[in-house]
Ligand binder design. Structure first.
Ligand code: ADP
Length: 195
């Protein structure tokens, strides 16, 4: 199972990716998680990415492409992976294609979680409240200013990635406004169609 999950911040990619991991036994490769780990560990990549991420902008393509290249070679990716938050630019999508071709692999599906923009800020606020209530640490970029920048980055740089896959007839759109269980069921259906 080699899958790409696309969608704006707050679309529910992380929630659905966790369910897919459970169901298909393949790892979730989230460039956001990888970058946050690099920031926490203060690695050279983390030091370079921190300010950019906090502001809600995209880190340079070569940084995330390098992370994914390294990760795809790991043994736990042998039976597949779920890409969450990558590719986020058309250049990243093209680089991914090269990385896969080099390994003799191809994608089984590219799923886009489509969500009304108006719902996204509310979802972010809800996530912040829930995280606080659970005593967790709120992400530095989960604030209205950075979130606005993240949405702008999505519109300008990531929406064209959906168009890129749609042009190649590789894109399946999923209604991300439906209840979580229904979104999961629609994804399952899309994946059995792709078999
Ligand atoms: P969300 O989907 O909630 O916006 P992520 O956890 O996927 O958040 O990403 C958080 C931040 O990490 C992004 O705003 C960006 O700064 C950086 N990032 C993650 N993935 C990429 C990527 N593929 N290309 C560039 N920057 C990325």
């Amino acid at each position: 199972m080699r899958l790409v999950l696309l969608g704006p911040p707050g679309a529910g990619k992380g929630t659905q990716a966790a369910r897919l991991v459970e169901k298909h036994g393949v790892p979730q490769l989230s460039t956001g998680d990888m970058l946050r780990a690099a920031v926490a560990a203060k690695t050279p990549i983390g030091l370079r990415a921190k300010e950019i991420m906090d502001a809600g902008a995209l880190v340079p393509d070569e940084v995330v492409i390098g992370l994914i290249d390294e990760r795809l070679g790991a043994s736990d990716c042998a039976s597949g992976f779920i890409l969450d938050g990558f590719p986020r630019t058309v250049a990243q999508a093209e680089a991914l294609q090269e990385l896969l071709v080099r390994r003799g692999l191809s994608l089984d599906a590219v799923l886009e979680l489509a969500v009304d923009e108006g719902a996204l800020v509310d979802r972010m606020r809800k996530r912040v409240d829930e995280t606080r209530a659970a005593g967790g640490a709120v992400r530095a970029d989960d604030n209205p200013e950075s979130f606005k920048t993240r949405l702008e980055a999505y519109r300008a740089q990531t929406a064209p990635v959906s168009a890129h896959y749609a042009k190649r007839s590789e894109l399946t759109r999923i209604d991300g406004m439906a209840p979580i269980e229904d979104v999961t069921a629609e994804i399952d259906r899309a994946l059995s169609d792709a078999d």
